[in-house]
Design a protein around this ligand. Structure first.
Ligand SMILES: [Zn+2]
Length: 381
């Protein structure tokens, strides 16, 4: 009888958890991402857009016009590479919490050999789609979208932005970078890299980046047909943010585009636009989640206001703070594998003797209050 009860309890929790983690409002909202093929072709048709070229300025004007059509007032952030002037394009959707922002970045320049449909037309049209859709919504955390110039010369625009333009009064919760989301025509494009900070200088922002990237990967798996793969952030506009101690993550298509990378064949016709659309939907879902968009995100709000893990990092015992009636606790490893489940009464301890050091996801389900929260536990013995 005991075993049967336990089996039923675990079954109940599993159904309950799945029901809570998937948010239908987010799934509905991301359907507003439209067929982006015309935007991609417009970007491609401008031709190669290297820093300092008339085509780069034409691309800037095209992006600015799109943002204006969606109701924004773009800001041009001008910088110099030697004697050459270039520009970042910034738009903002204010949040209800002052001075807190997430930044979504996608460079809009290309190398001179390439029209850059994938690198980085795909990132640019992602930011256009996100901007269009969120302008009708109400974020708690402000969303700042930046199309950086001179990425191809070594993140010159993003470096300038971090050093000179980013207001010191701003609190940046996350910088999400979008670069090369195209997929490759004829290849398997179901995998997307979710990129975390593994650079040790500084080390302090690696753990928050890992947590955010894990969350990003989970969002991608929940709301798209793509498979998330955790990978390391490398060589794009998140680098200056990372170097400044900020928390970064990023998306990058996994399939091998090297035949066309930085070549004249980086064209829409060599990409998998359907896969690109899935990535954009994932990036939009992440934007809704991380900006705590009104009406989309009650689970996340609860996570900040209710149960806590004590201590965290933990060694061999864990308690859940603020437990007033029994809750069900489940632990998963970073690959999402189920580790253990336990019903927890107030003041109960969860034993962790059999668990090794690392980062875990903990779900805490309160069936009387009807919700589940998700949080992260570090075990360090
Ligand atoms: Zn790029």
């Amino acid at each position: 009888m005991q075993r049967v009860y336990h089996f039923l309890a675990v079954l109940f929790i599993s159904v309950f958890v799945n029901a809570q983690v998937f948010n239908q409002a987010i799934a509905d909202e991301i359907q507003k991402v439209d067929s982006v093929i015309n935007l991609l072709i417009n970007y491609e048709n401008i031709g190669p857009k290297p820093t300092g070229s008339p085509a780069l300025v034409e691309t800037l004007e095209w992006i600015v016009e799109n943002y204006k059509d969606y109701g924004y007032v773009p800001i041009i952030d001008t910088f110099k590479l030697g004697s050459i002037e270039s520009y970042n394009i910034i738009i903002e959707k204010q949040g209800s919490i002052p001075n807190q922002w997430i930044i979504i970045g996608a460079h809009y320049d290309s190398v001179e050999e390439s029209p850059g449909a994938n690198d980085n037309g795909t990132g640019v049209i992602s930011t256009l789609q996100i901007a269009r859709i969120i302008n009708d919504l109400n974020p708690r955390i402000g969303v700042r979208i930046i199309n950086f110039g001179a990425e191809e010369q070594g993140f010159i625009g993003s470096s300038y932005y971090v050093r000179n333009t980013l207001p010191s009064t701003d609190s940046i919760l996350l910088m999400l970078n979008l670069d090369q989301l195209g997929g490759t025509k004829g290849k398997d494009n179901r995998k997307i890299y979710c990129e975390r900070d593994d650079d040790v200088n500084p080390l302090s922002n690696n753990l928050p980046s890992s947590l955010m990237t894990d969350t990003l990967a989970k969002i991608i798996s929940l709301y798209t047909n793509l498979e998330s793969i955790i990978s390391d952030a490398y060589s794009s506009d998140y680098v200056p943010f990372e170097d400044d101690g900020l928390t970064i993550t990023g998306l990058y298509q996994e399939s091998d585009y090297s035949d066309h990378y930085h070549k004249s064949t980086d064209l829409v016709s060599n990409m998998d636009v359907e896969a690109t659309i899935e990535v954009i939907k994932g990036a939009l879902a992440a934007t809704l989640y991380f900006s705590k968009m009104e009406g989309f995100l009650d689970v996340h709000e609860l996570a900040n206001n209710s149960y806590g893990l004590n201590p965290n990092p933990a060694k061999n015992y864990l308690t859940i703070s603020n437990v007033s009636s029994n809750v069900f606790v489940e632990l998963y490893d970073m690959q999402g594998n189920f580790i253990k489940a336990q019903e927890v009464c107030p003041n109960d301890q969860i034993e962790l003797f059999d668990l090794s050091n690392g980062l875990y996801t903990v779900s805490i389900s309160d069936k009387t209050k009807g919700y589940t929260i998700y949080t992260k536990l570090i075990i360090a013995k």
